[in-house]
Design a binder for this molecule. Structure first.
Ligand code: NAD
Length: 355
């Protein structure tokens, strides 16, 4: 039976990068004898234009029936009026809620041929291999908000259960890696962070005594990510801190366009998307980097479809092409060859077919 994969390209460069990831998945299916059934749906601004809702009922049904979902990005200036009833970003929050995904998993691995694309010195980048787990359902993004003409508030809340499930997923991932976890909070100031830290201390001691655990305040973590990135293995943190730290960490790799992510629940379903947004400044020009989305599709092959070998082959193909010097503009360096979004997709598919 074919594995049903929901495909939600969204807005801006989302449609361009998802098209390349689909070509790669089709190449994997053809070469290794798998059957994937891609079901396309609308989300974000494109969905608002077509249906009036950022996460239409039809998309909700599609997602419910899918084994995994591949997402591009949502948003853009056309839909950015703060007074609008529907905002594209709401579609994303509704999608995550519908899938029950609570952990956003973002691997950050530096690659020697991309060192020049990072603002950091090469000696700092050597051997960096981090997985950041960002909590996705709680915290200040979801708390009660208030606003008057002269004041505003956003409240931040977390429950023990929300914290524990994220920490457990991080610990399980660490056990398959270098067995080190860094828990990031702001326990010197925030009550939610004091709960986070006490739950983390208890849970790791009780359930994962084999792991090396460190606790860092988020401001120090932001600094250490740049001064000693090679020391981190798995980072676990709450929603907003994770949002900010992962964008910072993307600069270790060189470009937001290179980084994949998976949003996971306790089943093997998942939502896979690049970490970048819809990039309206370059949308429609065929110059977006599709690698983050293609690497997200590889994560989908591994986590949701159980195709470890195929996932690794896709990852190898992406880095073989990048190592060979083919580059979209965001990762260009002296001596590399420029290519378009589709050109990068072509080269990765050709590499897979040759492998
Ligand atoms: P962005 O990630 O879209 O772009 C930031 C910068 O990185 C831009 O200069 C862009 O050109 C560049 N960039 C991003 N992805 C790239 C790629 N694949 N290849 C080459 N360059 C790339 O962030 P932004 O500009 O702050 O936001 C634009 C829109 O995207 C907003 O509407 C925002 O709400 C939305 N957004 C959506 C998501 C999502 O769908 N998950 C995430 C972040 C932002």
């Amino acid at each position: 039976m074919a594995a049903v994969i929901g495909v939600l390209p969204g807005d801006g460069i989302g449609t361009e990068v998802v098209a390349e990831a689909l070509r790669v998945l089709e190449a994997v299916a053809a070469r290794y004898g798998h059957r994937f059934e891609f079901r396309r749906g609308l989300i974000g601004g494109a969905a608002i234009d077509a249906t009036g809702a950022a996460f239409p009922e039809e998309t909700r049904r599609l997602v419910r029936d899918a084994r995994a979902v591949l997402l591009g990005a949502v948003g853009g200036p056309k839909w950015s009026d703060p007074a609008a009833k529907q905002r594209p970003e709401q579609g994303l929050l509704d999608l995550r809620a519908a899938m029950g995904v609570y952990a956003n998993v973002r691997p950050v691995r530096t690659h020697e041929s991309l060192y020049a694309a990072s603002p950091l010195r090469p000696e700092r980048l050597k051997g960096v291999d981090i997985v950041v787990l960002r909590e996705l359902t709680g915290g200040i993004y979801f708390g009660a908000k208030s606003r008057t003409a002269d004041s505003a508030s956003d409240s931040c809340s977390y429950t023990r259960a929300e914290i524990e499930r994220l920490l457990r997923m991080g610990a399980r991932i660490a056990r398959q890696r270098r067995r080190k976890v860094t828990s990031v909070d702001k326990a010197n100031v925030l009550e939610t962070s004091r709960l986070w830290r006490s739950v983390a201390i208890e849970l790791f001691a009780r359930e994962f005594p084999d792991l090396a655990v460190e606790h860092l305040l988020v401001d120090a973590a932001a600094m250490h990510l740049l001064s000693r990135p090679g020391d981190f293995d798995v980072i676990v943190t709450e929603n907003m801190f994770g949002d900010i730290l992962t964008d910072e960490a993307s600069m270790l790799v060189g470009s937001m366009g290179m980084l994949p992510s998976a949003s996971l629940n306790d089943s093997n379903g998942g939502l896979y998307e690049p970490i970048h947004g819809s990039a309206p400044d370059i949308a429609g020009r065929g110059i977006a980097n599709p690698c983050g989305t293609i690497l997200s599709a590889a994560m989908m092959l591994r986590h949701s479809l159980g195709l470890e070998r195929e996932a690794a082959l896709v990852e190898d193909a992406v880095f073989a092409v990048v190592d060979a010097g083919l580059r979209t503009r965001d990762i260009a360096a002296p001596g590399t060859r420029d290519c378009t979004t589709a050109g990068m997709g072509d080269a990765i598919v050709a590499r897979l077919n040759a492998g």
